[in-house]
Design a protein around this ligand. Structure first.
Ligand code: SAH
Length: 450
């Protein structure tokens, strides 16, 4: 029996898919890349922009002939297209879908496959909790292959309600997971060879704010870094309103917490930020970046930007350009504003920036960022950096520096899961190439130590 998973969207969806895959493997299914060979197809969807939603519905429609050919095929629609508020409309539009699952919830699929019965899960308690759709349940995820790096959701949902954003409506209110569950998941993953953990939340720095007597994100990062076997800890996505000094200190003072921060600004103009209901000014953002750089000088910072938000004038857009020019961030994830039905921006504002202008603003920032990042990365040429290698792609090993920069190395050694010092031989805006130093003879190493 085979399963096929199609995943679209954020890291949270990737984590959710890993969990579904793991659960299916407990039930005896094997993963296949070929959708035609699958007995179960999971479509894990994203609706953050219209383009993502169109992709999901297009892909789903393309499955209809497969289902007609093989009525026993089970199609599971999961994620933000389904959401947490019921799916009657979807059921009518896609009658060939067998199971609908809200984001982060493999429960409906597993119940459907087992008809509520215990099957080949290893222990009955796991199965019971799983079928009860117990969100706190920890399933090891590295069954699907040798995972080096794993995502762990620590806060589900979001309660912030930025005016453009559909996520709170689709993923429900913010819920932090208990620290015990998170740490036991980290331990389980570490025992299976995972060396890097990325803690996830829509607003990850709000972790713990809804739990009495629990740790905050700064404390959780330290606890995660202390788990034996874990070499690197990352976290995303942060919101500027909650990015305080304690968190900056925790990153600065915990060597295993990587110096890389995903901190969306969304826009560089105060009026636009207010209309987005982000809760900070561009100066607040600049102050946080200055504080990060003061305490963690080598830290890389990524941001998200939306161009063409309702009412954004060219002058206001140029404020965003100026902020990026001044701050010189390592990554900017760019998006053109896309109206999402039901959001405040949809109900109260007019999508009045033309598509042409949105595309133009996008292109201006894309060019700017390519230039800035190429300059930042060029400084690494000839330097030695530490890379955690994950997999070999087309003959080259792929890995990341502590600052999350992508590095490719040619080597016949098996580097999977290893952290190695490499020398950078080429840099571009989106990746670098490096070489492994030849292994020094033992005597030489001894001399160097002396
Ligand atoms: N919770 C995270 C990530 C949200 S989704 C955060 O608060 O930043 C990822 C990115 O998609 C957002 O940061 C935003 O830049 C973009 N985005 C969200 N809604 C959008 C919309 N309606 N149109 C265009 N981009 C959007």
């Amino acid at each position: 029996m085979n399963y096929h998973i199609w995943t679209e969207g954020c890291q949270m969806n990737v984590a959710d898919s890993q969990r579904v895959g793991s659960a299916l493997e407990h039930l005896g299914y094997s993963q296949t890349e070929n959708v035609e060979l699958a007995d179960v197809i999971v479509m894990n969807t994203c609706v953050v922009r219209q383009s993502a939603e169109d992709k999901a519905t297009g892909r789903l429609t393309s499955l209809r002939p497969l289902k007609q050919k093989n009525p026993n095929l089970i199609i599971n629609l999961m994620g933000c297209l389904v959401g947490v508020k019921g799916h009657d409309r979807l059921k009518k539009a896609f009658p060939f879908v067998d199971v609908f699952s809200p984001p982060s919830d493999p429960g409906p699929l597993i119940s459907h496959l087992t008809q509520g019965e215990v099957r080949s899960f290893e222990d009955a308690e796991t199965t019971r909790r799983f079928l009860a759709m117990d969100e706190e349940l920890v399933l090891p995820v590295s069954e699907q292959g040798k995972l080096v790096s794993a995502y762990i959701p620590i806060v589900y949902g979001c309660s912030h309600a930025c005016t453009y954003c559909i996520i709170p409506y689709k993923r429900g209110i913010e819920r932090s997971r208990p620290v015990g569950d998170i740490i036991s998941e980290v331990r389980s993953l570490a025992s299976q060879g995972v060396v890097e953990i990325t803690l996830l939340g829509q607003i990850v720095d709000r972790y713990g704010k809804d739990i009495v007597d629990g740790p905050n994100l700064a404390q959780l990062l330290k606890l995660t870094a202390e788990v034996p076997g874990i070499q690197r800890v990352r976290f995303l996505t942060s919101h500027p309103n909650y990015f305080g000094e304690e968190l900056i200190d925790a990153i600065a003072n915990t060597p295993k917490v990587m110096p890389h921060i995903e901190l969306p600004i969304q826009a560089g103009d105060d009026k636009v930020l207010e209309n987005m209901r982000r809760g900070y000014t561009q100066q607040n953002y600049r102050d946080i970046v200055a504080k990060i750089r003061e305490k963690i000088p080598h830290c890389s910072i990524a941001t998200d930007i939306i161009v063409g938000f309702p009412g954004e004038t060219h002058e206001q857009f140029m404020q965003t350009y100026q902020v990026l020019e001044d701050l010189r961030l390592d990554v900017a994830h760019l998006a053109r504003y896309s109206t999402r039905i039901g959001t405040v921006a949809d109900r109260k504002m007019e999508d009045d920036v033309s598509d042409e202008d949105k595309r133009e603003r996008f292109r201006i920032l894309e060019d700017q960022q390519e230039r800035i990042v190429a300059e930042i990365n060029a400084k690494l040429l000839g330097q030695t950096v530490e890379v955690l290698f994950e997999e070999k792609v087309k003959g080259r090993w792929r890995g990341r520096t502590p600052t999350n920069k992508l590095v490719f190395v040619e080597s016949d050694e098996n580097l999977r899961g290893q952290i190695r010092a490499v020398q950078v031989t080429w840099t571009g805006p989106w990746s670098m190439q490096a070489t492994l130093p030849a292994k020094a003879p033992a005597t030489l190493i001894a001399q160097e130590i002396l």
